[in-house]
Design a protein around this ligand. Sequence first.
Ligand code: DON
Length: 352
Amino acid sequence: MITRKISTALLLIAACIASALPYAAIAQQSKNVSPVAPRRELVEAVVREAYQKFKDDTSGKNADYIPYLAKVDSKLFGIAVVTTDNQVFAVGDVDYSFSIQSISKVFTLALAMNELGADEVFKKIGSEPTGRAFNSPIAVVDMPTHTGNPLVNAGAIATVSLVSGATADEKWNKILDFYGRVAGEKLVLIDEVYKSEAATNTGNKALSYLLAKYDRIYADPFESVDVYTKQCSVGVNTKQLARMGATLANNGVNPATGEQVIKSEDVAHILSTMAMAGLYDGSGGWAWSVGLPAKSGVGGGIVAIAPGKGAIAVFAPPLDEAGNSVKAQKVIDYVSEKLNYNLFSPSSVSLK
Ligand code: DON
């Protein structure tokens, strides 16, 4: 009788251990390795294919309203994928440092949310697509929030004005340091880009004053434009940009350093804003065909995020009418289709 009780107890203990094992294994795995990050061989092959397929595409034109950008070699072309388990795949001119431009807006938004909380930022900036060009003063007049969203110039300048700091320099250093933590390495200003843009940014100054008219800028307007101009002039290479994206894909934790840089509760708000406005008036078509939150910059970079899986960054300077790199859009469309990344497709989470 006693032997039977002992063996039943042993059986029960064994069953408990066995049923707990898969969960322990999953918990362990999710700590170190994303269970959904794509396979190395597949990503490598797709990235190479995309590079070959689009390398000779010459459509689009460099931005020229910032004189420096008109002089950048239009043939430069780099693709990088960084997964949430920090695998890196890169082809082409991936070490060339280009100006981050509007992609910076995503990360200043994250910093403002870290400081003020998502609700306060939403109240002060909003998150509605404008349906107009990224630098449109008409949108500032027309939109009920005036700021529109944090990814158009007006909303981005207002977002900079929310970052705390006793002086403009303190704010700028905080922003630069934050971008470095998102990238996992120190980033620096490209001084020539800053000078070129600061000498020609009358349109952004006008936007900042228009915001002041509506009480929708929260620090000195011109000072905020200057810090914004600096943040747009930060240099990144394609691999660094992909890692910045991978930090968002990894719920705010930098996959290389393990630091929780962006609050996990803010990530979905940031990605939804990118999905609606990341490619400006090209965002609807992008969601329709690619289905990933992304952000472009007039320097020629685009980064797209596959939540839980990783990020694709592409650098190629020629842009379309909306200010988005033509080649980068084609590459990301191709790669995300092959890797089954489209968020709106049930098959992206294995439902066939
Ligand atoms: O303020 C500007 O116009 C530029 N520094 C950034 C614009 C930009 O990158 C728009 N993106 N595609």
